[in-house]
Ligand binder design. Structure first.
Ligand SMILES: Nc1ncnc2c1ncn2[C@@H]1O[C@H](COP(=O)(O)OP(=O)(O)OP(=O)(O)O)[C@@H](O)[C@H]1O
Length: 307
């Protein structure tokens, strides 16, 4: 309910389902090398989109173009309704960017730096979205309350990454870009970070675009996964949809009378129902397995690279 109410306020005067990002035929060349050759996708408010792809596929390049940090070679891009090449200060204030480790200001204290950076966003506060984030609350959600008074130069690697995230979201962005955000996180920090993303999308209807090489993370976070390979989006869908797209058949394994059986079927549920009808209690150790995201990803990337 809160989500709908918030979205309606956010979108006042515009269409509620206006995409937050619209990318069409995006092209990028470095010299004579084409890295992106017709990337297409869009994202809706509150959606978490995870961009996967092999090293060098162009994920960072894509994000930098959307952030307005890099000029594209061709194609149409709209972010929050604006071409990033023309994005002004008010547009930029609605974006959150988590950079790879904040190295400057090492003599500043954590709370001091967040309050300093947060102050910039106050001018872009709206009745439905108060900016910046209340600093104590922000420290709490990123797990830095105990380190609030610490000098940045003395933070651990994990604490520094938490600070990077805090800096990225201090302005309560409508759209958050995260390029490999959890590299260097321990399992607890990673779980806290995943909770934070869910909290931001549920309560604030923040849209998130993130890159990762961690397929488990992609599966946990993504409403939609995009696979970028050979300069294009070669697949788009939830982890489940991608797995069905790649492997139409599921593998059913069971034991019967001390023997192991394996059967592949497009309708595994029907097969299992019939198996029990025929053999009942004699069936044991039943397992039904679809392709994992890793298998799906590898197959889609290999197919794209072979084409
Ligand atoms: N400023 C640049 N000048 C020339 N080539 C570049 C530049 N930036 C990136 N590239 C090249 O463009 C390609 C895409 O790079 P990009 O960093 O966008 O890929 P990526 O998918 O983010 O990779 P990774 O998973 O390794 O982070 C790579 O081959 C890279 O070497």
């Amino acid at each position: 309910m809160y989500y709908i109410f918030d979205s309606v306020l956010d979108m006042l005067g515009t269409l509620v389902d206006t995409p937050v990002m619209e990318v069409s035929d995006l092209r990028m060349r470095y010299g004579d090398r084409e890295v992106l050759s017709g990337v297409e996708f869009s994202a809706a408010p509150g959606e978490v989109v995870v961009l996967l792809g092999p090293n060098g596929a162009g994920k960072t390049t894509t994000i930098e173009i959307l952030e307005g940090f890099r000029m594209r070679s061709g194609g149409d891009v709209r972010v929050l309704g604006v071409d990033p090449a023309d994005g002004g200060e008010a547009w930029r204030a609605r974006l959150g960017v988590v950079l790879q480790s904040w190295r400057d200001h090492s003599k500043w204290r954590v709370r001091e730096l967040l309050a300093h950076l947060g102050a910039y966003y106050a001018a872009f506060s709206t009745p439905d979205k108060r900016r910046p984030w209340v600093i104590d609350e922000l420290l709490e959600v990123v797990g830095l309350t105990a380190a609030a008074g610490s000098v940045i130069g003395r933070l651990s690697g994990g604490q520094r990454r938490r600070l990077d995230v805090a800096i990225g979201i201090v302005g309560r962005p409508d759209l958050l870009f995260l390029d490999e955000p959890t590299v260097g996180f321990d399992p607890e920090a990673r779980r806290d970070f995943h909770d934070l993303i869910h909290r931001m999308t549920d309560l604030d209807s923040t849209t998130v675009l993130l890159t990762t090489h961690d397929l488990d993370e992609a599966e946990k976070l993504a409403d939609r996964i995009l696979i970028l390979a050979k300069g294009r989006i070669v697949a788009s869908g939830s982890a489940d949809e991608l797995s069905r797209q790649v492997a139409g058949e599921a593998e059913v394994r069971w034991t019967q009378d001390g023997r192991r059986f394996v059967h592949s079927d497009v309708d595994a549920t029907k097969f299992v129902r019939e198996l029990f009808q025929q053999h009942g209690a004699a069936v044991g150790d039943l397992e039904v397995r679809r392709a994992s995201l890793e298998e799906t990803y590898m197959k889609l990337v290999r197919e794209a690279e072979g084409s």
